[in-house]
Design a protein around this ligand. Structure first.
Ligand code: ATP
Ligand code: MG
Length: 175
């Protein structure tokens, strides 16, 4: 199955981790490849170690270099592009190897919107996903071509977000 979590509301990445939790419960193997997100750690990165889960069962690979075109981004665009292209290659390799049953491509929609990778390079990959593997794509503004290929598409709709009240990202909730 191909699933997409998109929209402006909170919950796209965390919902994919909820599916990961379910899959792990059935002994499935899960890998999340994070585009854009930089080297900083989130709770999900600490989870495997805290629970003694080997990387062969649950692994998070960060291929991003942090925010693109936002304040604090000192990196040339081509480095972000290279990082995203490397992430996509890694995804291709892992999907073809069938080592993992669930492959989460986190923030990949944003990577396409930012023109770090092309939508076509992703749809070409999606068309080749083996029957036994489920793939979740997350990120705002999912391209129409992804939606056309997906089985389940969910749009997170923001009703309100603490951020607009000036509440900063909270440990254990937002990261
Ligand atoms: P989460 O990782 O919490 O599931 P998300 O994947 O839906 O969020 P992203 O756009 O990837 O959303 O968000 C990255 C970070 O920004 C997360 O810490 C998230 O909690 C936070 N965030 C999500 N939605 C909003 C929003 N509408 N306003 C401000 N911050 C947000
Ligand atoms: Mg996210």
């Amino acid at each position: 199955m191909i699933l997409i979590n998109t929209g402006n509301g909170k919950g796209k990445t965390t919902a994919s981790l909820g599916v990961a939790l379910r899959a792990l419960g059935y002994g499935k193997k899960v890998v999340m490849i994070q585009f854009i997100k930089g080297p900083w750690k989130s709770g999900e990165d600490l989870f495997a170690k805290a629970c003694n889960i080997p990387t062969g069962k649950f692994r998070i690979i960060k291929t991003g270099k942090g925010f693109v075109n936002l304040p604090g981004d000192a990196l040339p665009f081509k480095e972000h592009k290279k990082a995203a292209e490397d992430g996509l290659q890694e995804a291709k390799k892992l999907i073809a190897s069938k080592k993992y049953d669930l492959v989460i491509l986190d923030e990949i929609n944003n990577a396409v919107e930012l023109k770090l990778i092309t939508a076509k390079s992703v749809t070409d990959l999606l068309k080749k996903v083996p029957e036994s593997i489920d793939v979740i794509l997350t990120g705002r503004n999912a391209p129409k071509s992804f939606i056309a290929l997906a089985d389940t598409v969910t749009e997170m709709n923001e009703i309100k977000h603490a951020f607009s009240k000036g509440i900063k990202a909270k440990k254990g909730v937002d990261f």
